[in-house]
Structures are given as structure tokens and as C-alpha cells.
Design a binder for this molecule. Structure first.
Ligand code: DGJ
Length: 467
């Protein structure tokens, strides 16, 4: 407390600093800070409004059309008295039906080769050429099903070519022991190239399994999942990060490989426990300032860890934040829009589908806020199972500001090589549907929506480019 002299009566006057005035000052400051934040939020909302012009272009509106989908449970199968006596487990939910390889409605989840799509189909016309058919078999330029599961896309700025990397799983599915998860021996990382995101040329296996050395991380008896490639402009190298594990998922590590060329061959460098922790599902994200980050499910999948990579992208720096603590999320896919970071994750249910969640953050290192299920359309089972699929990557949808392509895997645990790809439009914008966090009555975040479509195409594939 400070004493000042009163110049009239010369008596010292005390400047009262009561608890009340202290509290009001603090509240006033907090209010001012909120107003400033609100203004900056409002400003970014205004920016988004201007981009809505593009989002509301009629061709783009096609992407946001809400499409219903109704798959019903099949009638119960006739069972012999012996079968009834043995009481084998009958599927009672659509998810169990989806996982039942003898299901009568299996063709609805895994349509056969007759409905495959891709550039080699003779009957391609304006209704099919350059159209995506999520869940159908997708053929490459040689007419073979694309093998790039748990994959990601690298856009090579110099050549203007997209590269799709993923698990090449064209081998038999088996269980290494009775209770072990379904698996395919490591074959390697498949790579496909494309100029239009629809016509994919097989560039071969760019990181191959090790056939003989049983101690090698890439020995075929191990696990290699979710490979992602980023380009380092300082070193002029393509760097691949992947989940490396043993058949029982106890090694829980990340692996790193490097190449001079996007189509390989990649040289495998090493595996490690990042920051000294277990690491299973993972991805890498390269920010606009070229800083790259590793994001991985850790602590027995209970929490995600995020941390920056070293400048050469070959290791992690000793900095890490724990995010979505206790939420048990995996399959992270990160993207950025107007200075906000977004992430889609899945729950942890092995190869079985579950509900996706969208998350947002102002800083990639967090804190991250959970926004809710982004899936729109289908029916409630479709929405609560990510359309029977699991996130793997998100890339900007060419030519449309605020639109992205959500890439997901519809796993087929009975025959993993026959797992399907679901590419769907993802739009950032519009009001969030569930009350999230509010700032003086304004929602903090925009909605993230992934729209179900049986068939769709990129706006730029219609001949009229939107820019
Ligand atoms: C879920 C993960 O997301 C997949 O990449 C794979 O590891 C399966 N689990 C294995 O069960």
C-alpha cells in the first residue's frame, strides 16, 4: 500500500487497494483480453465469409449434398437344429454384419470387381470418368487394385505430381496366433503417382520388406503401417515415417527411411521409441513454415503425443506435448486451414470401424479441443462408424478454398488386401452443431464436415476449374 501526501491538509492519504478493487481490475483485464480475442476471431470469421463464395459455388455445393444411405440388417439366416444347438454367435448389429465374412450383405460393404472404377474401365463415360466411388475397388492405370492402405499423399510442387504412399498388402491374411490380430506379412510401401488424384500409375514398392534377416525391422514377419512421406527442401530429400512393430504390436516404434527421389528407392535408416515412449498409429505433418511434426498414439494408445522433427526431418526434437489425454484416439490425420489446425482421429478398436472425431487447435502443439463427429449423411450407423472406415490422411481439395479430401480405409480383416479406400469431401465452415467452447456467445471453432457420397468428383474434374 502506498501513502501520498494530501497537499491541503498535509495529512497522508492512503490509496485503498481493497480486495474488491483488485478483483474488478483483474476481471476488467480479462474482459479486455477476451474482447481483443473476440475481435481477432471475428476477423478470421470475416475472412471465412469471403471464402464462402467459393464454397457456395454450385459445383462445390454438390460436395455438401447430404446423401442418405440405408443399409438394413438382413433377415435372420435359417439355421439347422444342430447349428442352433451349437449356438454360434450370430451378428446382431450392422458392425458385426460388416465384420462377418459370410454376411449376406457383404457385397454392400465390399462390392466386387464388376463395380470397380478407374482409368482402365472400358465403359467409362462422363458419369464415371474421374468420379470417386468410395468403397468400390479402385484400379490403377494397369487395371490392378491399388495397394496403398493406411496411406498418405505427397504433392511434389516441382513436378506438380501427387504421390500416394501406403501399405502394399497384396498377400494372404492370417493370424500369427489364435488371439492375434489379422495380418499380412510386410511386403513394403507401395507408391502411385497421379496428376489428377484419380488416375494412379503404380510406381512399385518403394521400400521393400527384408526377406531373410529376422532381426531387421522390415522382416516380413513384422508390421509396417501408415507410411507418410514429406519433402525436405533444405536437404532435397524425401523422408518417410512409418509405424514399425512386431506381430504382437509390442515393439511400438516409429521407423524412418529416406530417398533422393519420390519414387524411391527409400533407404531404411532406423526405428526408435520417440521421446522414449511407445508409438503406434502415427502421422507426420509439415507446416507452412516447413517445421514438421510427428503425432503418435502413445502410453498404450491412451494419449496422443506431438512434437517437432529436427530440421532434416530424420529425428524428433526433445520437445513433446501430450494431447487428448485419456481419450484413446488413433489414426490421426492433420490439416490446417486459415491458421487453425484440425485433426481427425478414430477410436481404438483394431480393424473394426468406430466413430471419428474432429479436433481443432490454434497451435499445433495444443491445446487441442474436441469438436465432435464430423460425418454427415449416410445413416446413424454410417456416421457412428466413419462410414465403416478409419481416417488416414487429409489433403487440400484442389482449387476450392476450405475444402479438403478426407482419406480413409475401409479395412477388410478377413482379407486385408481387399480393404477399400474412402475418399470423401471435407469442408471446414459453418456453425458447429454441438456447443463446443464459446467465447462471449460466439463458437470458438468452425464445423468440420465429412460428407458421405456414393459417387462424387472433384469440381476441377468437371472441366471448369474453380479458383
Ligand atoms: C488400428 C490401426 O489404426 C491400424 O493401423 C492397425 O494397426 C490396426 N489397428 C491393427 O489391428
Amino acid at each position: 500500500m502506498r501513502m501520498v501526501k494530501n497537499k491541503h491538509n498535509k495529512k497522508p492519504t492512503s490509496l485503498r487497494c481493497s480486495p474488491f478493487s483488485l478483483v474488478s481490475t483483474v476481471v476488467g483485464c480479462v474482459f479486455m483480453i477476451h474482447l481483443i480475442m473476440l475481435y481477432s476471431r471475428k476477423y478470421s470469421v470475416d475472412l471465412e465469409v469471403s471464402s464462402q463464395l467459393l464454397i457456395h459455388h454450385p459445383i462445390v455445393r454438390e460436395l455438401e449434398r447430404v446423401e442418405e444411405e440405408n443399409i438394413h440388417m438382413p433377415p435372420p439366416r435359417k439355421r439347422s437344429p444342430r447349428a442352433i444347438k451349437r449356438k454360434p454367435k450370430r451378428p446382431t448389429t450392422l458392425v458385426e454384419e460388416f465384420l462377418d465374412e459370410n454376411s449376406q450383405i457383404r457385397h454392400l460393404f465390399f462390392p466386387d470387381m464388376k463395380s470397380a472404377f478407374g482409368p482402365t474401365k472400358d465403359d467409362n463415360d462422363s458419369d464415371t470418368l474421374h468420379h470417386f466411388f468410395p468403397g468400390r475397388i479402385w484400379l490403377d492405370t494397369e487395371g490392378n487394385p491399388i495397394q496403398a492402405h493406411g496411406g498418405g499423399i505427397l504433392y511434389d510442387e516441382r513436378s506438380k505430381i501427387y504421390y500416394w504412399y501406403g501399405e502394399y498388402k497384396d498377400g494372404p491374411t492370417y493370424h500369427s496366433h489364435k488371439k492375434g490380430p489379422a495380418r499380412v506379412d510386410i511386403i513394403g510401401v507401395g507408391c502411385y503417382s497421379s496428376k489428377d488424384l484419380w488416375t494412379w500409375k503404380n510406381e512399385g514398392v518403394v521400400l521393400a520388406a527384408e526377406e531373410t534377416d529376422e532381426t531387421h525391422d522390415l522382416h516380413k514377419s513384422n508390421v509396417l503401417e501408415r507410411p507418410k512421406v514429406i519433402y525436405n527442401s533444405d536437404t532435397d530429400k524425401y523422408v518417410m515415417w512409418m509405424h514399425i512393430d512386431d506381430a504382437n504390436y509390442t515393439k511400438a516404434s516409429v521407423g524412418v527411411a529416406i530417398s533422393d527421389n519420390p519414387i524411391g528407392p527409400f533407404v531404411y535408416l532406423y526405428s526408435k521409441s520417440p521421446h522414449g515412449f511407445d508409438s503406434r498409429d502415427m502421422t507426420v505433418f509439415k507446416d507452412e513454415d516447413n517445421t514438421a511434426y510427428l503425432i503418435y498414439s502413445s502410453e498404450d494408445n491412451s494419449v496422443l503425443h506431438i512434437g517437432p522433427l529436427t530440421e532434416n526431418y530424420l529425428d524428433v526434437k526433445p520437445v513433446m506435448k501430450r494431447i487428448m489425454v485419456g481419450q484413446h484416439r488413433e489414426a490421426p490425420a492433420i490439416f490446417k486451414h486459415e491458421n487453425t489446425y484440425y485433426m481427425i482421429t478414430s477410436g481404438c478398436t483394431g480393424w473394426a470401424p468406430n466413430e471419428a472425431l474432429a479436433h481443432a487447435a490454434e497451435s499445433v502443439m495444443g491445446p487441442w479441443e474436441t469438436l465432435g463427429n464430423p460425418c454427415v449423411g449416410g445413416n446413424s450407423v454410417f456416421r457412428s462408424t466413419t462410414f465403416f472406415a478409419q481416417s488416414t490422411h487429409v489433403i487440400p481439395l484442389p482449387g476450392v478454398h476450405g475444402a479438403f479430401i478426407f482419406m480413409a480405409d475401409r479395412w477388410n480383416p478377413a482379407d486385408l488386401r481387399d480393404s477399400r479406400y474412402l475418399w470423401l469431401p471435407l469442408i471446414v465452415g459453418g456453425p458447429a452443431d454441438k456447443p463446443l467452447e464459446f467465447n462471449f456467445g460466439f463458437p470458438m471453432w468452425s464445423r468440420v464436415s465429412v460428407y458421405w457420397h456414393r459417387q462424387w468428383r472433384l469440381p476441377s474434374a468437371g472441366g471448369k476449374k474453380i479458383a
